[in-house]
Write a protein that binds this ligand. Structure first.
Ligand code: MSK
Length: 667
């Protein structure tokens, strides 16, 4: 745990409001993940991938002198085999999470199409038609619900397909697909790849690290171009494709005189319903009858990102803020759906009046109140949750560490909007972005993603990399808890570009009126980056595939298996990826070599693990500069740009808008 150099004080979080609350928590003897992280060091064998738990002869610990060459498990499995099996299982678990998330969204779409739920409706018909077109489903002149049903049924086939290819594979550039075909990693069905990954990694199965890792990539592609992409697209169809929206971030979003409800997790269906019902006159009147001035909704982790992107609901932050949020003493109901939910919140909540409410049959926590979400009576359940929060308001005590600091932000950058902002409704394109990269105004693009980690001063590496990258004229697209880290530091505003970006990036941001860090959404919305990269390849002037673009993915504080699956699918798609922290495959030089050198040769992508933030930055810039060189682009020199290209400014876009005819959908 890092210490402040001057005061020698232990620093848990790089976010000032979180740190303030955590300090207060220490005085009250309230334990947090930061305390547990300090007390419990990682197992040094499992941490680097050298522990095999795949059968009951072990666990075998493949450690010692020359472990790579001579130490074997009882069955004879080598260190490389064991390490590869471990990381493939990590990736598969991540694919399963995002796959289940995507499947649930499709079931909701199907329920809407079948008229089984009145509470949801299709908000973006244009997006539905776009997806129908990609899936070769006829949509012109047909009732919307019929099209939606066909889309849902066809997407559901992606989960159980035994042979063939996941539908959205065809959205990738041809050359990217050719690489996948050559190496046999096109996913057949999402569940099939998960099942086969478990099968191949058991004792007595695949022992070749390269072959195992190829299956890991195939599995992860079933996430990136399958489960997660399905989730993003169907969520847009149901709840609307995001457009830029103002919001606020940090633990200071809670209000002392209002009922505070938190929505935490990843699947936004219930959260969307809560957004709808909190402004109902009956509930408002009920809240007032209990002495509250109103009802305040705040998000946490990726459910936060979903409702922020579409409604401007403020975010309380990422993963490590869930316990400090309760320590404010202001949360009347803390509602969770799936993924990244610490069971520890129940223990923290016991010290306050906060009610923890689990809502998914997949996530039950002893001590929490369980209210099963059911899309067929979604609003009724949302009202029940809100009523519980209102009833609990009067139980609030003065106990808690109240903070008021919060930061404005702009979120809501869907891939459709990014295309639109570069040319308006009728001339939407990626041309200006490609031109800016070619001219050297923008040096490259980094996807800054992933969790915040209590083993470092949490969110600190996100903040460091965000500031250094934009200073170096690198445009950032952010997702997940990285967006929360940037938002909670005031980085997601256009002013950030004026004050901190390099001259080229600043010019582009000013011309278009965007922040230098574009909040793209939740963890599943990393697929928006794949769509953007595919569009940039199709636009021309850079690489004709995703591989070879001056683009890098970074997850500096990753913790989850989902993050590994995301890292794998970006690497397979052609993006070099750098994760922070110690390497989970660090025990095997051979596995490390395959995941970096061999993957780069085959796919132009790689997955590195690098604990030193300065080295992460240097490696990212090196990848970007080498890609520019290979594409024969102008050498990047700060402040010196090549061919002058005029970017579309706001006035020009308004002119195009005026001429545009009414259009189906929201943009
Ligand atoms: S929530 S996966 S801690 S980004 Fe998507 Fe944050 Fe990581 Fe969960």
């Amino acid at each position: 745990m890092d210490k402040d150099i001057k005061t020698e004080k232990r620093v848990r979080s790089a976010s000032a409001p979180a740190e303030f609350i955590l300090d207060w928590g220490v005085t009250q003897n309230i334990e947090s993940c930061f305390d547990r992280a300090q007390r419990m060091k990682p197992c040094p064998i499992g941490h680097v991938g050298a522990c095999c738990k795949m059968c009951h002869m072990g666990p075998c610990r493949l450690v010692g002198k020359n472990a790579e060459e001579s130490v074997k498990g009882i069955c004879g499995a080598s260190l490389a085999t064991v390490t590869a099996r471990n990381i493939v299982r990590f990736a598969s678990a991540g694919t399963a999470c995002h796959g289940d998330h995507g499947r649930d969204m499709v079931f909701t779409l199907l329920a809407v199409a079948n008229g089984e739920t009145k509470d949801f409706k299709i908000k973006d018909v244009r997006k539905l038609y776009k997806i129908a077109g990609i899936l070769d489903i006829e949509f012109e002149g047909r009732p919307v619900n019929d099209v939606a049903k066909d889309v849902a049924v066809k997407l559901l086939e992606d989960f159980g397909r035994q042979r063939g290819e996941v539908n959205f594979i065809k959205r990738a550039p041809k050359k990217t697909q050719e690489r996948w075909r050559k190496w046999g990693i096109i996913p057949r069905g999402i569940d099939r790849e998960n099942s086969e990954s478990l099968d191949r990694t058991t004792m007595g199965m695949d022992a070749d690290p390269d072959s195992l890792l190829l299956q890991g990539l195939r599995n992860a592609l079933a996430n990136g171009w399958g489960g997660s992409m399905i989730s993003t697209e169907v969520t847009d169809i149901l709840f609307g494709t995001p457009m830029p929206v103002k919001a606020e971030a940090s633990l200071g979003i809670f209000k002392e005189e209002e009922v505070n409800i938190v929505v935490h997790g990843h699947e936004p269906s219930l959260a969307e319903m809560i957004v709808d019902v909190i402004s109902e006159p009956d509930l408002m009147a009920y809240a007032k009858s209990k002495g509250a001035k109103g009802i305040n909704l705040g998000g946490m982790c990726c459910t936060a990102n979903e409702v922020l992107m579409r409604h401007g609901i403020p975010t309380a932050g990422g993963f490590t803020n869930q316990e400090p949020a309760i320590m404010t003493g202001l949360i009347d109901a803390f509602t969770v759906d799936v993924q990244c939910i610490m069971p520890a919140i129940v223990e923290v909540a016991k010290k306050f009046h906060t009610k923890i409410i689990t809502t998914s049959e997949k996530v039950k926590i002893p001590g929490a109140l369980h209210i099963q979400f059911d899309e067929h009576r979604a609003k009724e359940i949302a009202r029940e949750v809100v009523k519980i929060a209102i009833d609990n308001y009067s139980n609030r005590t003065k106990k808690g560490s109240h903070v008021t600091e919060k930061f404005p932000l702009i979120g809501g950058f869907s891939h459709e909007y990014i295309e639109y902002m570069q040319g308006g409704r009728w001339r939407a394109s990626f041309r200006p972005l490609n031109d800016a990269i070619m001219a050297g105004r923008i040096r490259g693009v980094v996807g800054l993603a992933g969790c915040d980690n209590p083993r470092f001063p949490s969110t600190g590496i996100h903040k460091y990399l965000a500031t250094e990258l934009i200073k170096n004229d690198v445009l950032i697209v952010s997702t997940g808890c990285s967006s929360a880290a940037c938002g909670g530091s005031g980085y997601l505003t256009p002013e950030m570009a004026l004050e901190n970006a390099g001259p080229g990036l600043r010019e582009v941001c000013e011309a278009i009126g965007i922040p230098p860090i574009l909040h793209l959404g939740a963890c599943v919305d990393n697929t928006r980056i794949l769509t953007i990269a595919s569009a940039m390849a199709a636009e021309g002037g850079l690489s004709d595939e995703i591989g070879g673009m001056p683009a890098v993915g970074i997850a500096p504080e990753w913790i989850t298996e989902k993050a590994i699956s995301i890292g794998f699918y970006f690497a397979a798609s052609g993006v070099p990826v750098i994760f922070g922290g110690e390497s989970p495959v660090g025990a095997s030089k051979e596995v490390t070599r395959i995941m970096t050198e061999v993957w780069f040769e085959r796919f132009k992508g790689a997955l590195h693990f690098e604990p030193d933030p300065e080295k992460i930055l240097a490696l990212a810039l090196d990848y970007i500069d080498k890609a520019r060189e290979a594409l024969k682009l102008k050498k990047y020199e700060p402040g010196k740009f090549g061919t002058e290209k005029v970017l579309m400014d706001m006035a020009a876009r308004r002119e195009i808008e005026k001429a545009a005819k009414p259009h189906i959908g929201i943009y």
